[in-house]
Design a protein around this ligand. Structure first.
Ligand code: NAD
Length: 509
C-alpha cells in the first residue's frame, strides 16, 4: 500500500480474526511512524463496526471450549508463551523502539515488565481458587468458585506498545475468557508480533484477536452486546468516556487515565541521588509515562539548589534518534503533533509568569525525528496550567512549598492521583507523606513507583475509573465472576450411620 503522506509503499497491518490473519477491507487507514526518522513505516486499518462485529463473534464462538479447558492447560499455554516472548525478547524490544521511539534500554525494560505479567498469569491455577466453609450451617457446606466473564476487550495507549497489552490479555485469557485487543493506532506493530507468538504457543483459534482503529472501532466494542468486560488505558477524558459508555451498556470496566505525578524533595534529602532519580523519572521514556514525575515540589530552602543541579544534570543528557543507536539517553516523542503540543507548554508557562531555565528546544540533538531536549520550568505556582495539566513529555515543573504540610496540600488539589514520591532521610516525613498524599502509588526515595505484576496499578482520582485495577489479584477478580454454591445432602440409607469427621480424627473418643 502507498502511504498518503510519503507516496512510498509500506507494510499494511492485518487484523487477527478467529485465528486468521486478514487484510482489512476498510477504506480508512492511518500512518504509523518511526519517530526517530519521521518516516512512515506502516499503515494501520481503522476498522469499521462490521469488522469489529465479525471479530467479536469469532471470539464468542471460541469462548465455550476455552472456558471449559482446564485452567492448568490454559496456564500451560502461558508457560509456552513466556518462553517464546523470552526467546524473541530482543526483536520485540527493537519493534517497540522502532514504532515508539524510546531507547532500546527503555524498550527492553518495558518488555521485561510485560514478561512478568505472563509469569503472573502462569500462577493463575493457584490464584483463581475459590473459598469454602465446611458445615457453615448444620450439614450445609458453602463454596465460591470463579467463572470467566466472557468476551473481554482491551484498548491500549501509544506509550507502552508491548507492556500495556500484556497487562491485560495474559490474565484475561488464563482466567478462561476470550480477548479482543485494540492497540493504539500509533503503535500497532509490537502487539502484532506478540499476537503471532501467542498463536505459536498453541492458543486455540479465536481466543485472542486483534482489531485496529480509532473511535469507531472502540465504540463498536463498547456497544457490542457480546463484550462483557473492557480494560482501557489512555488519557483521562477518554478513560472517563470509556467507563461511562461501557458501564451504561452493562459491561464491567476498568479504565486507567492520565496523570500529574508530584515528587517532593525535602531539605534533608540526598540531593545528588534525588536529582538523578528526578531526572530519570521526568525524562525517562521522554516523559511519555503515566508514572513520570512531572512536578517537583521543593520544600523549604532546597528550591534554588535543586533547580541548578537539575538543569545541569538534564542539560548533559544525550538526545537523539534511537534507531540503531544505543548511545542516547532520551529519544523522540511519538508524533510531530505531540511534540508541538509538549513544547507549546513552555510558552504557556512563560505567559503564566513561570521561568524556563532549561528549554529543550535549545538542546543539542542528533537526528531528524520528533526530537526535543529535556526542559525545566521554575517558579511554577499551584494552579498554573503547567502545574495542573498532563504534558506527557520531557518537562519538569518546579513548585516551591514552605513545609511538608503545604506540599501535602498542593497534592490534595490534584485532579489526578497516579504516583507521588518523597525524597528524604526522615522516617517521620516519609510516613506522613505515605499516609496523607492524595495518590494511589507512593514512592519513598523512588522516582517511578510503578508496581510490578504481582501488585495492582492503583491509580486514584481521575487517573482511574472503575473498582478493580489492572495487575495483581485485582485483575483476576476483574476477569472472573464468582458463583456461590450452598450444598446439603439428606441422610438416607447406608449414609445415615456415617461418623462425623471429628470422630474419625479422635479415633471415636
Ligand atoms: P488516548 O486516550 O489518546 O488513546 C488511548 C486509546 O484510546 C487508543 O487505543 C485510542 O485509539 C483510543 N481512543 C482515542 N480517542 C478515542 C475516542 N475519542 N474514543 C474512543 N477511543 C479513543 O491515549 P494515548 O495518547 O494513546 O496515551 C497517552 C495517555 O495514556 C496519557 O494520558 C497517559 O497518562 C495515559 N496512560 C495511563 C496509564 C495508566 O496506567 N494510568 C498507563 C499508560 C498511559
Amino acid at each position: 500500500m502507498v502511504s498518503q503522506t510519503t507516496g512510498q509503499s509500506v507494510e499494511k497491518v492485518k487484523i487477527l480474526c478467529g485465528g486468521t490473519w486478514e487484510d482489512s477491507p476498510t477504506q480508512r487507514w492511518s500512518d504509523v511512524y518511526n519517530p526517530s526518522t519521521g518516516k512512515v513505516i506502516a499503515q494501520v486499518p481503522l476498522c469499521s463496526v462490521s469488522e469489529v462485529d465479525r471479530v467479536v463473534q469469532a471470539a464468542a464462538k471460541a469462548l465455550p471450549a476455552w472456558a471449559e479447558t482446564p485452567v492448568v492447560e490454559r496456564a500451560q499455554v502461558m508457560f509456552r508463551y513466556r518462553e517464546l516472548v523470552q526467546s524473541n525478547f530482543e526483536e520485540i524490544a527493537q519493534i517497540v523502539t522502532r514504532e515508539h521511539g524510546k531507547t532500546i534500554g527503555e524498550a527492553r525494560a518495558s518488555v521485561q515488565r510485560g514478561v512478568e505479567m505472563i509469569e503472573f498469569a502462569c500462577g493463575i491455577p493457584s490464584l483463581i481458587m475459590g473459598q469454602c466453609v465446611d458445615n457453615i450451617a448444620r450439614r450445609v457446606d458453602c463454596e465460591t468458585i470463579r467463572h470467566p466473564v466472557g468476551v473481554c476487550a482491551g484498548i491500549t495507549p501509544f506509550n507502552f506498545p508491548a507492556m500495556v497489552p500484556l497487562w491485560m490479555y495474559p490474565v484475561a485469557i488464563t482466567c478462561g475468557n476470550t480477548f479482543v485487543l485494540k492497540p493504539s493506532e500509533k503503535v500497532p506493530l509490537s502487539a502484532m508480533r506478540l499476537a503471532e507468538l501467542l498463536t505459536e504457543a498453541g492458543l486455540p483459534d479465536g481466543v485472542f484477536s486483534v482489531v485496529h482503529g480509532d473511535k469507531e472501532a472502540v465504540d463498536a466494542l463498547l456497544q457490542h452486546e457480546l463484550v462483557k468486560a473492557v480494560s482501557f488505558v489512555g488519557s483521562t477524558n477518554i478513560a472517563r468516556y470509556i467507563y461511562q459508555e461501557g458501564t451504561k451498556n452493562g459491561k464491567r470496566v476498568q479504565a486507567a487515565g492520565g496523570a500529574k505525578n508530584h515528587l517532593i524533595i525535602m531539605p534533608d534529602a540526598d540531593l545528588d541521588q534525588s536529582v538523578a532519580a528526578l531526572a530519570a523519572s521526568a525524562y525517562g521514556c521522554a516523559g511519555e509515562r503515566c508514572m513520570a514525575g512531572s512536578v517537583a515540589l521543593a520544600v523549604g530552602d532546597v528550591g534554588d539548589k535543586l533547580v541548578d543541579r537539575l538543569c545541569n544534570h538534564a542539560g548533559k543528557m544525550r538526545v537523539g534518534s534511537t534507531e540503531g543507536n544505543s548511545d542516547v539517553d532520551m529519544g523522540p516523542l511519538v508524533t510531530r503533533e505531540h511534540l508541538e503540543r509538549v513544547v507549546g507548554y513552555l510558552d504557556i508557562a512563560k505567559e503564566e509568569g513561570a521561568t524556563v531555565p532549561l528549554d529543550g528546544r535549545n538542546a543539542k540533538i542528533s537526528g531528524d525525528g520528533f526530537l526535543v531536549g529535556p526542559s525545566v520550568i521554575d517558579q511554577v505556582k499551584p494552579g498554573m496550567r503547567v502545574h495542573k495539566e498532563e504534558i506527557f513529555g520531557p518537562v519538569l515543573s518546579v513548585v516551591r512549598a514552605k513545609d511538608i504540610d503545604e506540599a501535602l496540600n498542593i497534592g490534595k488539589d490534584c485532579e489526578y492521583g497516579n504516583g507521588a514520591s518523597i525524597f528524604t532521610r526522615s522516617g517521620w516525613a516519609a510516613r506522613e507523606f505515605k499516609r496523607h498524599f492524595n495518590a494511589g502509588m507512593i514512592g519513598i526515595n523512588v522516582g517511578v513507583p510503578a508496581p510490578m505484576a504481582w501488585f495492582p496499578f492503583t491509580g486514584w482520582n481521575n487517573s482511574f475509573f472503575g473498582d478493580l485495577h489492572i495487575q495483581g489479584t485485582e485483575s483476576i477478580q476483574f476477569y472472573t465472576k464468582q458463583k456461590m454454591t450452598m450444598t446439603r445432602w439428606f441422610e438416607s440409607g447406608a449414609d445415615s450411620h456415617h461418623d462425623p469427621v471429628w470422630k474419625t480424627m479422635t479415633g471415636g473418643k
